[in-house]
Design a protein around this ligand. Structure first.
Ligand code: AMP
Ligand code: ZN
Length: 113
């Protein structure tokens, strides 16, 4: 995916502060953090959004493992955190490469805006 900013980060063509990697996933600090901890978790394979990932795929399993490891790494497990997937236009998705936002180290309101 030539014009995809997250594919470029994965290929190390543009810089990012990568904080976690496994065979299917990388995670890096969000460039515009919305919380003291704001990590973007991204599958290495380009999927436009969660609707295009095959059901039961290893990708979702790897994302769950990444969330678990990162929550421990950033000491979020005890107080909790927010895990967000923005999907499509109404969901507020701006980068069309599937990703999850792991946000923590502050309380979050509900419902979201
Ligand atoms: P979304 O709006 O859910 O598609 O989220 C895209 C996220 O990617 C936003 O929070 C952006 O701040 C973040 N972002 C965009 N470009 C970069 C980049 N080069 N490095 C890190 N995060 C980025
Ligand atoms: Zn991509």
């Amino acid at each position: 995916m030539e014009d995809c900013i997250f594919c470029k980060i994965i290929k190390r063509e543009i810089p990012a502060n990568i904080v976690y990697e496994n065979e299917n996933v990388i995670a890096f600090e969000d460039i515009e953090p919305q919380a003291p901890v704001h990590i973007v978790i991204v599958p290495i394979q380009h999927y436009e959004n969660i609707m295009t990932v095959p059901a039961g795929s290893d990708v979702m399993r790897s994302i769950q493992i990444a969330v678990n490891k990162l929550a421990i790494k950033y000491k979020l497990a005890e107080k909790g955190f927010r895990l967000v997937n923005n999907c499509g236009a109404d969901g507020g998705q701006t980068v069309n490469h599937l990703h999850f936002h792991l946000l923590g180290a502050r309380p979050f309101g509900w419902p979201p805006g």
